[in-house]
Design a protein around this ligand. Structure first.
Ligand code: FE2
Length: 488
């Protein structure tokens, strides 16, 4: 079983029962440990070929609340082994993970990924390498079970962490497969029947979808089923993407775009093969001054991070490299378990091709305390086969300013003198014992200081000419807060 489609008040469960189990009424039992309230939801049974599917949707859940659950197949007692947490409509900090490409079962990533306690996992395609070219729905449905959920680690992970997912080629209709087709229709029907996902952006075709948690909008593209020789997505999806970016911008949200293929590089099977559309998106972001955006990609079997400084090297926008205003982070989220591959691109923080048998993933931590800033910490991780302890491949924080809904005095006096820039932080009992860092929007640390005796504490940097926005990052026993520094 797996749980997904999580929103602020709802979540979905999909399970694959055995034929004897389906003779009884299955129930999805959700316990709110805080109140003791138990919700018991009957499952709906569907039979596709010889495969049974159970689905259930909880719709009256509380916002931003942790639940535990179990699936009761009558006659089989089970403990509350599953858990998930609903999303929030208000500013909130949270963690999630992204990766892609599980060539075989048993990636060494799953156990260390659980140690991060992500609120959800985003699988960016190649959930399996079944390369199914069939037009039968069941042929596309069975690999969810045989090539993913039947794995012990995969199943343990899915019970602990809700999942969202978009296909790439190998789990669509085969290597480099694309475009609408009878095979694609079967793959789409299997996804809708067997994966507990979000509602697609339109009914007729395509699996692109979006959701939001706190002040972050997740925009998940479908770059396979609508692709033709000349376009990577339909005009409908392009218009939807623009609308999503605009909605995020108008609502002061950070927009995270998820792409099952590499954004950088010039290979024909990724965005490099569709330079006009890549250019169109960059131009849309520029023209609308959409300043809070990042792109997270699958496909290349490597982990990589660029802070935006290599965006101008994209061949499709090379004509105006110096006028590019928005330089957003670009992430390659690794392969869960596959042979390594590099699909091009230059990355400020390095590109790490997946060693054979190793597992890679990228951890994301949103820090948002409803002050006038939001921060995204990005950490690339890798675990070698046989090891539990991951290695950090890259780590960086990005900061964006946002309007605060709080009516509070979290602004700090700033003094610019000839040689220094000083930020005065009043020490309250709550703030003592904290570490402070000054950061630029790109994540560069200007200076660091431990809480001292004096009040106000003064953070001092020798680079007074640094331009706004500047952020104050507070680290109090591992609990992070970010503030926009407003110059008085
Ligand atoms: Fe792959």
């Amino acid at each position: 079983m797996w749980v997904g489609g999580v929103n602020s008040h709802s979540a979905k469960l999909t399970a694959f029962p055995s034929a004897p189990q389906t003779k009884n009424q299955g129930n999805w039992e959700i316990l709110d440990p805080a109140s003791g309230i138990i919700r018991r939801l009957p499952v709906e049974t569907r039979k596709i070929g010889n495969t049974f599917v159970w689905t259930s949707k909880a719709t009256d859940l509380d916002e931003n609340r942790a639940y535990i659950y179990r699936l009761i197949a009558t006659g089989q007692d089970s403990s509350y082994s599953g858990s998930f947490k609903t999303f929030s409509n208000r500013p909130t900090g949270f963690k999630f993970i992204a990766s892609s490409c599980s060539f075989t079962l048993g990636s060494p990533s799953y156990l260390p990924m659980m140690d991060f306690y992500p609120q959800f996992f985003l699988h960016l395609g190649d959930l399996h390498y079944g390369d199914i070219s069939s037009t039968q729905i069941e042929d596309h449905l069975r690999p969810y079970l045989t090539r993913f959920l039947n794995g012990k680690k995969e199943q343990a992970f899915c019970q602990r962490v809700p999942i969202d997912y978009i296909w790439d080629d190998h789990d669509y209709c085969g290597n480099n497969s694309a475009r609408p087709s009878p095979c694609g229709n079967a793959a789409r029907a299997a996804y809708l029947a067997g994966f507990p996902g979000y509602t697609p952006y339109r009914q007729a075709a395509g699996m692109a979808h979006s959701f939001q948690n706190g002040r972050v909008r997740f925009i998940v593209l479908d770059l396979r089923s609508e692709r033709t020789d000349s376009t990577i997505m339909s005009s409908e999806q392009m218009n939807w993407l623009k609308q999503e970016l605009r909605t995020a911008h108008l609502n002061h949200q950070l927009a995270l775009i998820f792409s099952s293929v590499s954004w950088y590089g010039n290979e024909t099977d990724n965005w490099g093969g569709f330079p006009e559309e890549r250019k169109m998106i960059v131009e849309y972001i520029e023209e609308n001054s959409i300043d809070k955006v990042a792109i997270i990609c699958g496909d290349a079997h490597m982990s990589a991070l660029d802070d935006g400084s290599n965006a101008a090297a994209l061949s499709s926008i090379q004509t105006s490299p110096n006028t590019l205003k928005t330089r957003f982070p670009v992430v390659q989220a690794g392969a869960l378990l596959s042979f390594g591959s590099n699909k091009g691109g230059t990355y400020s923080h390095g590109a790490f091709v997946n060693p054979l048998g190793a597992g890679q993933w990228v951890e994301f931590q949103i820090i948002d305390n409803d002050a006038a800033a939001i921060s995204l910490r990005i950490t690339g991780q890798q675990t070698m086969p046989g090891y539990l302890q991951p290695t950090i491949l890259f780590h960086e924080s990005f900061f964006w300013s946002l309007p605060s809904s709080k009516n509070q005095g979290d602004s700090f006096d700033i003094d610019r003198t000839e040689n220094t820039l000083n930020v005065k932080i009043p020490i309250t009992s709550e703030k003592s014992g904290s570490l402070y860092r000054l950061r630029t929007a790109k994540g560069n640390i200007l200076d660091a200081a431990a809480a001292g005796e004096s009040n106000p504490l003064i953070l001092c940097t020798q680079t007074p000419k640094i331009s706004s926005p500047l952020f104050l990052e507070e680290d109090r026993l591992g609990s992070f807060r970010v503030f926009l520094i407003s110059e008085k």
